[in-house]
Design a protein around this ligand. Structure first.
Ligand code: XMP
Ligand code: MG
Length: 175
């Protein structure tokens, strides 16, 4: 059990399990994108640890860029997504792989995929560390998922509670 501010969290997924799953996803991406030079778009802040673990295990020529979005306030999805840092890369004709920490309601990814598709990429795929199938409010196609989890708030491995807990090397769930 760990404490962050006013809340208690219990261990959910260990670092070893997370990292071996990420290695599997990296191997799949390496196979699926053979001969392409994909552009990874990392959604900050939450996806930074997942992205670093994933891209360093992906044996491809690739490019990596970052955007910053936020839709969460403390532990609740606000339903509206603020684009804090926009995309300035040329993505026309590119194979895009979005790297996200967690797909919850799916609203963030639905909106981002739509924005990216408007820029005429060759393809768009989503790689997310976590997915809460029971929270989904909009249909969304996720190509690579680390773990499906219950509809409960989680922290660690890049995910935060009110800014804290991102540096935890494992995943924890609200007790
Ligand atoms: P939606 O609802 O648009 O939300 O799919 C996706 C974004 O919300 C954040 N999120 C979480 N952050 N613990 C967190 O620390 C959670 O359990 C959680 N669920 C959603 C996250 O930033 C994600 O990009
Ligand atoms: Mg996020």
């Amino acid at each position: 059990m760990i404490n962050i501010l006013d809340k208690k969290f219990t261990p959910l997924i260990s670092r070893e399990v997370i990292e071996s799953r990420i290695a599997q996803i990296a191997a799949e991406i390496t196979k699926d994108y053979e001969g392409s030079c994909p552009l990874f778009i990392v959604v900050l802040n939450g996806a930074f640890l997942f992205a670093s673990e994933l891209v360093k295990r992906t044996a491809l020529s690739c490019e990596i860029t970052f955007i910053r979005l936020a839709s969460y306030s403390k532990t609740m999805s606000t339903g509206s997504v603020r684009e804090i840092i926009g995309l300035d890369d040329n993505i026309t004709g590119r194979d895009i792989i979005i790297i996200e920490d967690i797909v919850d309601t799916g609203l963030t990814m639905a909106q981002l995929v739509k924005q990216i598709e408007n820029l005429n990429p060759a393809s768009v795929a989503i790689a997310t560390l976590l997915h809460k199938p029971d929270a989904l409010k909009t249909p969304i196609e996720i190509r690579y998922t680390g773990f499906d989890i219950e509809n409960k708030f989680v922290v660690g491995y890049g995910l935060d509670y009110d800014g804290l807990g991102r540096n935890l090397d494992a995943l924890y769930v609200l007790a």
